[in-house]
Design a protein around this ligand. Structure first.
Ligand code: ATP
Length: 596
């Protein structure tokens, strides 16, 4: 289970319907016409048995055969017209329905996707990508299933039952009453049984998810399976989940068979009862042969509709449960929002000020406490400190990836909580610790820094970031696809792509979060030149563990346990014999973690 399930409020039925309606609204006409078409398509054939009845009444009346032929032909022509009208209406409805459902499903996907993208950085850290993808797919598919069920099951069932019972009532109230009781008993029984059976269906669905999850995890971990000789172990693990799925599925299917069997027996019984009393009524002259035909035709029609009723109940429950998962995400407010009337950031100098900033993730220990810091326009500041000290969190707060709880962050004197988020992020180039790439070409990935850049500009940025060193060696060069999350590139290659993006973005503030940590010393030295060029005239914050890379920074800030403990230049901090910086520097320079 992902964190989301615990954090987001479950969406209510009206909220789910509202999300569906928003997607239907642009094609309302299609919805109403498809419903009207299917109502006509159900009513017209429902009237046909009346003419069969008349037909058989004439046939069995004992009249001279030749004399009744025109009348019989008249009846079958009416039946033909009714069925043809039904067919035409059904086909028209189907055409409109295809149009409606594909349109609505696509809008549901788009609405869900667009809303999802507005969620915060933290939201995506807390949720599995696969689960989110699945939810968007399920939302649109559940609409299709629910709408199909309404049109192809609920609507015809309601019309057939009401229509048939009213028509039979006019012939024989007794038989109509018997049919009504049968329908009510079957539907109520079916409904109760389906609800009771839902837990077995859910267990079967959960076992299916477990099998899928096991498969996905094992396939993703294939290198581990091979290198730790885990094939037999994984095979037996899979056997367990697969067998469990088979067991739960079998129970659910057996229960369905029991229901089907009971319904089939009920139909046999009701048929016998109706005919038994039908014979008695016929003997008394209360009904005709035609009425027998009428009852039989309606009985078969209703039985067919009722047959799938338990599936209808299950589909409705499952359809709403599936859509609820995504709708709850669509109703969860975006965690990081622009303040009402937020104006774009006006950046002139590039000064960054943190005033008494404190921050914690949820109810955990504070990550940052009372941090105050001013980075002057064009100043180059390095943040260093032990792992987990809060350095990356601090720069993420400057980008407003999280909402600030205590204190203020100002850029050129403007509170970042009050300016438009996009305008803030436009002014900052970030090279993250572990860059993630799109499964698109290298050209597209680098161009993401500035999407209107020309191929030449992309190549120039890539050259500065020394990307061409590896891109030129690829058979497809810049057109190479990099794999999911950039998996086909090494860590150092991905970092160079991220640096090229930042070069292309050319923003006035630069944040490098261990931007060269995956590079070998030679490549790092080369890229440091490019980065020094890039830093010129820009306010820069660099996070680094390799202290040799930050010696030339204007100021070094040492963070420990979420607080600033030292600050100064490289020389100044080294001159303090007890400083943490000197201790770390001595460790690295002394050969324990030698850099050059
Ligand atoms: P490193 O040098 O290893 O990158 P850092 O100084 O950049 O470390 P941060 O990444 O800022 O450290 O993390 C600070 C603390 O906050 C760590 O204890 C980390 O476990 C915690 N933390 C970071 N992100 C989250 C999160 N999304 N949810 C909960 N805790 C988090």
């Amino acid at each position: 289970m992902d964190a989301l399930s615990a954090e987001t409020k479950k969406a209510s039925l009206p909220e789910i319907l509202r999300v569906f309606w928003d997607a239907i609204e642009p094609q309302q006409w299609a919805m109403w016409t498809s419903i009207a078409a299917y109502i006509i398509a159900t009513i017209l054939p429902l009237l046909a048995p009346l003419y069969y009845k008349a037909f058989f009444d004439v046939v069995s009346s004992g009249a001279v055969r030749a004399s009744v032929v025109p009348e019989l032909i008249h009846f079958i022509v009416i039946v033909l017209v009714l069925n043809a009208g039904g067919w035409l209406s059904f086909r028209t409805g189907l055409y409109i329905l295809d149009n409606l459902e594909t349109g609505v499903m696509s809008r549901l996907r788009e609405n869900a996707y667009n809303y999802l993208l507005g969620h915060s950085y933290g939201f995506f850290l807390n949720n599995f990508a696969g689960a989110l993808v699945q939810r968007i797919g399920r939302l649109s598919r559940s609409f299709e299933r629910l709408y199909d069920t309404l049109i192809f099951n609920i609507l015809p069932l309601a019309i057939n039952v009401v229509g048939a019972i009213v028509i039979i009532w006019l012939q024989s109230p007794f038989i109509a009453l018997a049919m009504l009781i049968w329908v009510i008993v079957t539907m109520a029984g079916n409904y109760a049984f389906s609800l009771w059976k839902l837990k077995y269906d859910r267990r079967s669905a959960a076992a299916d998810s477990a099998t899928t999850g096991y498969l996905a995890d094992a396939i993703a971990n294939h290198p581990n399976i091979i290198s730790f000789t885990g094939v037999p172990y994984e095979s037996s693990g899979f056997l367990d989940v697969s067998r469990k799925q088979a067991r739960t599925q079998r129970i659910a299917w057996d229960l369905s068979s029991i229901l089907d069997g009971t319904q089939a027996a009920l139909i046999v019984v009701i048929e016998f009862i109706l005919f038994y009393y039908g014979i008695k009524l016929w003997a008394r002259g209360a009904i005709t042969v035609g009425t027998f035909v009428l009852i039989q035709v309606y009985l078969i029609g209703i039985a067919q509709q009722l047959w799938g009723f338990s599936r209808v109940v299950r589909t409705i429950y499952e359809g709403f449960a599936d859509s609820e998962e995504m709708v709850s995400i669509m109703h969860a407010p975006h965690e990081v929002q622009d303040a009402p009337g937020a104006q774009p950031l006006k950046l002139e100098k590039g000064e960054i000020t943190l005033r008494d900033v404190s921050f914690a993730f949820g109810k955990q220990q504070p990550v940052l406490s009372h941090v105050s810091l001013t980075v002057a326009p064009g100043e180059k500041v390095a943040l260093i400190g032990p792992s987990g000290a809060g350095k990356s969190t601090l720069v993420r707060l400057i980008l407003r990836l999280y909402n600030l709880e205590d204190g203020k962050i100002l850029v050129d004197g403007q509170d970042i909580q009050k300016v438009g988020q996009e305008s803030l992020r436009e002014k900052i180039s970030l090279v993250p610790q572990d860059p993630v790439l799109f499964h698109r070409t290298l050209m597209e990935n680098i161009r993401y820094g500035r999407r209107d850049a020309t191929d030449e500009e992309v190549r120039a940025a890539a050259k500065l970031a020394h990307c061409d060193d590896f891109i030129d060696g690829l058979p497809q060069g810049y057109d190479t696809y990099v794999g999911e999350r950039g998996i086909k590139l090494s860590g150092g290659e991905r970092q160079r792509v991220a640096i090229a993006r930042a070069i292309l973005k050319n923003a006035p503030i630069l944040i490098l979060d261990e931007a060269t940590s995956s590079l070998d010393s030679h490549s790092e030295a080369l890229i440091q030149d490019a980065l020094s060029q890039l830093m010129k005239g820009r306010t820069t914050i660099v996070i680094a563990h390799r202290l040799s890379t930050i010696r030339k920074m204007d100021r070094i800030i040492v963070i420990r346990h979420g607080s600033i403990v030292e600050e100064g230049t490289h020389e100044g901090l080294l001159a303090q014999p007890q400083s943490l910086y000197k201790h770390l520097w001595d460790l690295q320079a002394g050969g324990f973690i030698k850099d050059k």
